[in-house]
Design a binder for this molecule. Structure first.
Ligand code: ARG
Ligand code: ZN
Length: 424
């Protein structure tokens, strides 16, 4: 998206640098002129027809719960898919009529002068009225570590497939025996609101660090290769950028199917071309392995694991692999409801979040980070939060919604922090 290249200066300069660093051959920018998003009423037959259409490469599933599914329909198959649905009396609405138009309007362009002014004023490029490139996010984290060394430190817990750092910021006053929260974002590349909200949370926590009673470990971009690829390749990329299997040509693994609890179960695929490809084995990917290794060596007292996604406005607790609940689900449900209430108060009229068991509320999907955190790391308060919106813009959420959405995320985190202090 040329329009979105607001922070990295000259596109050619950027590309030469990136190509040198990551050995990339320039890839072509995907456009979505005339592509549409349809919201389809899901009835009993929905699974078969979705499988059928997805296998033919006609559709990409954006979101789905038990009653509705959102799908991306490419222009050349609009007539065919529409006929298919009408023949079966399945209702649908066109939610986005020209996806490329929505993409072009999503993120305001910043002039070099505006960026200079920002850096002069704040010492970094980060702000929350536009979506930022990975470099800005990483520089912002380093800025905080340099400026507030008594509360912030930054570490790289590993590298992505293409060699980018997986940067975690630790925010802590160093209180003895403090409980700790893990928070991450950006495991799915196209969910831009997630790293935006998580970095806003970082900003808030640092500003209020004198009141912190717990330690935070925050990884705002779990999937840095995918995230960068959404800016210069395909805005709607989901997976990481893992190389194709021997003999194949499809790129990428769904990192939220690659964790090692019930890996390869329901809601996952063994086919490398699918969006929910689980990888060649549990923790086959360096990004998920880095998180696992971090937890295995960290001395922090983790009591909460929050992973931010979009979209749909859900607060989901385990399990995701099947429609079952953990023994302490009543406490997870109760804290989840308090999160939803706090989010509603923080965000206003559009801030209704649905609370529930992941597989039941959304769909079954095994190998998720949340199930692994709960089952293998024994972290009590484990949630996947699907941020805004409820489908009007889907992944292409205009940047003006970053701040209100991030305020909701902060409210949710505060509820969880209170719960792990035992003060709830
Ligand atoms: N939208 C998320 C995904 O598809 C939901 C994950 C919920 N957790 C789970 N273990 N299924 O990855
Ligand atoms: Zn996601």
């Amino acid at each position: 998206l040329e329009d979105n290249d607001d922070d990295s200066g000259n596109e050619d300069t950027y590309y030469v640098g990136a190509a040198k660093q990551f050995n990339l051959i320039p890839e072509e920018q995907v456009t979505y002129d005339g592509a549409q998003i349809w919201r389809i009423a899901a009835d009993s037959g929905k699974d078969e027809f979705l499988d059928y259409l997805q296998d033919r490469g006609d559709l990409s599933l954006w979101s789905g719960n038990r009653s509705l599914i959102d799908v991306l329909v490419l222009p050349d198959v609009i007539p065919r898919v529409s006929r298919f649905l009408r023949q079966r009396n399945i209702d649908y609405d066109v939610v986005i009529t020209d996806l490329q138009l929505a993409i072009n309007q999503e993120n305001p362009v910043r002039t070099p002068e505006e960026i200079d002014e920002l850096v002069g004023r704040n010492g970094h490029r980060m702000e929350w009225d536009s979506y930022h490139r990975l470099e800005d996010i990483h520089e912002y984290m380093d800025y905080l570590a340099n400026t507030y060394p008594q509360v912030c430190s930054v570490m790289s817990i590993g590298k992505s497939v293409q060699g980018r750092d997986l940067k975690v910021i630790r925010i802590s006053r160093g209180l003895a025996n403090a409980p700790a929260l893990w928070i991450d974002g950006g495991i799915h590349a196209r969910e831009w609101i997630s790293p935006a909200a998580v970095t806003y949370l970082i900003d808030y926590l640092v500003e209020h660090s004198d009141q912190l009673q717990e330690d935070y470990y925050i990884l705002p971009v779990v999937n840095p290769d995918g995230y960068e690829y959404t800016f210069r390749g395909d805005r709607l990329w989901r997976k990481n950028r893992a190389n194709p299997q021997k003999g194949g040509s499809c790129i990428g693994v769904d990192l939220n199917r690659n964790f090692g609890y019930r890996w390869g179960g329901m809601g996952t695929s063994k086919q490398p071309c699918r969006e929910i490809y689980a990888g060649s084995g549990a923790f086959s990917e360096p990004e998920t392995r880095a998180i696992k290794d971090f937890f295995q060596t960290s001395a922090a007292n983790f009591q909460a694991y929050l992973t931010f996604h979009s979209y749909g406005q859900y607060i989901l607790y385990p399990w995701g692999y099947d429609r079952r609940v953990p023994p302490d689900y009543k406490e997870l449900e109760a804290v989840g409801r308090r999160m939803a209430e706090a989010m509603r108060l923080a965000g206003g009229a559009n801030s209704h979040y649905t609370v529930g068991n992941s597989a039941t509320t959304l769909y079954a999907a095994a190998g998720g980070a949340d199930d692994w955190a709960k089952a293998n790391q024994k972290i009590k308060y484990t949630y996947t939060v699907e941020l805004r919106d409820r489908g009007q813009n889907g992944f292409v959420l205009p940047a003006k919604y970053i701040k209100p959405t991030a305020e909701e995320a902060i409210a949710a985190v505060q509820v969880v922090a209170k719960a792990i202090r035992g003060a709830s």
